[in-house]
Design a protein around this ligand. Structure first.
Ligand SMILES: Cc1cc2nc3c(=O)[nH]c(=O)nc-3n(C[C@H](O)[C@H](O)[C@H](O)COP(=O)(O)OP(=O)(O)OC[C@H]3O[C@@H](n4cnc5c(N)ncnc54)[C@H](O)[C@@H]3O)c2cc1C
Length: 544
């Protein structure tokens, strides 16, 4: 509820005449995911520069994703196949493979669970017992970001790419011939600026502000995450939890907590990274602090992980830490604001966003790395196409991150996870919904279970899940609609309809439209048609 930071006196992006010839084809601002995007653009033959205000190093804590998402980096040309080393074998059930130090894949575990248990912590609400669904190879790989970034950077520089680290970008001037990027001690020019400055990108913020009459818009949703990486889980460190509840919704605190935990082999064989997260709206009356959520984390952790660490059965958490039974490696937290106007359309010529700055991940996800890798091939094709056909105007670039009905449709799920302030919604609402949907997805098979848990919504799979839910628990449909509310339902129906249309268009017209686009005399129009075909494919999850 703290007031948002004042708008900067001068906008980050301005428009003026820039006469200079471009030094680079692409300048990527921000170097976490930016280095992978830069390497992929370079692999298409472009002259690329990366600007990073800090060290270009990647954090020293595992990113959890799926092996196919790591391999997308190879397909896009950002890494080589032999860069993907370490724990790349196939782990058995309850087996965890560990990659040697300095390998890319640090952890690879055979079992990932989605579990819903309303009884473990506090009084039982909905009365159901623990229900577990074991998921097929989803988020079961822990990648060392520092190794991945170092390898991508080495190849990038060997091929002539330029990295400027400890160099903040202070602004961008967009002109007709090129764009000018202002750094502390120099100005460089480029044909295209790619914004990879993450959630807090000044470009994304300005974009949203300008679309909202000059004021920062309130986020449509927030995911608040706290957690730790700790060693001492020797009793059982053989599986991960993608999503797990151990209580119903806290009505008075207006939140439903979810757990997520993964073995973290880079920190030791008995180390786990554990997160407690919740979805919120930005209601001013909401009482919520990151610190308060951390207090809840410590209070609830022993119940959740007593199966994994013996000491949690007999000692208070403070004592377990003081006695060295648990070794705290680091504390983590994050607030992920999400906006309904995502993916974010660009407002200027020559400016395009990737990664968290582009908003291509759904409001349910707080793992943007997977979101980038999935889109990297598509974005790289689009950047190559735009540079070759001079489709660098705002109207063309907007099509690269255009409307995606399957991302828009996930807002209803986000909404159902948020307990509104002062709502009388039953405490068991979320657990009942999740149990039912996970059982349905499991019964429908891996083709339904897997994409949904990798943040990809496909219309026909969703139709099957909803159909089964209606058949199996028809009495829950009316209360569900009531608590979600008419506005959200109508919006969702619209996006769902668009998803079905995109699915049909992709299958019937996709290939033909792409072939026709290459025959057009004006290749800027060809570019637009190819982006339309991309939108049909990705907007209906058919790229999966
Ligand atoms: C606690 C936590 C756990 C997470 N766990 C996972 C996970 O397990 N798996 C997963 O896939 N994702 C995870 N994520 C999300 C993941 O970290 C982000 O999605 C990812 O880092 C986004 O990358 P990005 O490059 O788009 O943005 P960022 O990582 O935010 O990087 C932006 C970069 O831009 C630079 N920058 C900013 N302003 C400027 C400027 N003016 N000039 C130059 N450079 C600038 C910053 O220094 C930074 O390096 C987690 C995030 C958090 C907070």
């Amino acid at each position: 509820r703290r007031p948002t930071a004042a708008s900067p006196a001068t906008p980050f992006v301005t428009e003026a005449s820039v006469e200079a010839e471009p030094d680079f084809d692409v300048v990527v601002l921000g170097g976490t995911l930016g280095i992978f995007a830069a390497s992929a653009f370079q692999a298409r033959g472009f002259k690329v520069c990366v600007i990073e205000r800090g060290p270009l190093a990647g954090r020293n804590q595992e990113w959890n994703l799926s092996l196919d998402e790591v391999r997308d980096l190879v397909d896009a040309g950002a890494l080589h196949a032999d860069d993907i080393d370490g724990a790349v074998g196939t782990p058995g059930k309850y087996e965890v493979l560990a990659g040697a130090d300095d390998t890319l894949v640090a952890s690879h575990f055979g079992s990932v669970r989605a579990g819903f248990n309303d009884q473990e912590h506090g009084a039982s609400g909905s009365g159901g017992a623990l229900q577990e669904v074991w998921l097929p190879s989803v988020l079961n790989v822990g990648v060392r970001p520092d190794v991945a970034v170092r390898r991508a950077r080495r190849r990038f520089e060997e091929q002539g790419g330029v990295v400027k680290e400890h160099t903040p970008c202070n602004g961008v001037v967009v002109g007709e011939k090129s764009a000018q990027v202002t750094l502390a001690e120099e100005v460089i020019t480029t044909r295209l600026v790619v914004d990879a400055m993450g959630n807090a990108s000044p470009v994304a913020r300005q974009c949203r502000r300008e679309a909202n009459d000059g004021a920062d818009p309130r986020p449509s949703g927030i995911c608040c995450v706290v957690g730790t990486s700790m060693a001492g889980f020797a009793k059982d460190n053989s599986y991960g939890d993608l999503i797990y509840t151990n209580e119903d919704t806290r009505i008075h605190q207006e939140r439903q907590y979810f757990w997520e935990a993964f073995p973290a082999m880079s920190l030791g064989e008995d180390a786990r990274t554990t997160y407690l997260f919740t979805y919120l709206d930005a209601d001013e009356m909401r009482q919520h602090t990151v610190e308060g959520q951390f207090e809840d984390y410590w209070r609830m952790l022993p119940t959740y992980q007593k199966h994994n660490a013996d000491c949690l059965n007999s000692k208070r958490i403070e004592d377990a830490l003081e006695d060295g039974d648990l070794i705290l490696k680091r504390c983590l937290y994050g607030l992920f604001p999400t906006y309904k106007d995502s993916p974010l359309p660009t407002r200027w010529d020559r400016v395009l966003a990737v990664g968290d700055a582009s908003g291509v991940q759904s409001p349910l996800s707080f793992g943007g790395f997977g979101a980038l890798t999935r889109h990297l091939g598509r974005v790289t094709d689009a950047v190559e196409d735009a540079l070759q056909n001079d489709a660098l105007d705002r109207a063309s670039l907007t099509l690269v991150n255009g409307y995606a009905p399957n991302i828009a449709a996930t807002w209803m799920f986000q909404k159902s996870f948020v307990h509104p302030v002062s709502s009388q919604r039953p405490a068991s609402f979320v657990n009942r919904l999740m149990r039912q949907n996970y059982v349905n997805m499991e019964d429908l098979g891996d083709d339904v279970l897997r994409p949904f848990n990798q943040d990809v919504v496909q219309p026909r799979a969703l139709l099957q899940v909803l159909g089964l839910a209606t058949l199996r628990d028809p009495l829950n449909i009316l209360p569900l609609c009531y608590w979600i509310g008419p506005q959200e339902l109508v919006e969702w129906l619209g996006h769902f309809g668009m998803m079905l249309l995109y699915d049909g268009a992709h299958h019937v017209l996709g290939k033909r439209v792409r072939a026709y686009s290459h025959r057009l005399p004006d290749q800027r129009q060809g570019f637009a048609l190819r982006r339309l075909a991309d939108a049909w494919e990705y907007g209906s999850g058919m790229d999966y």
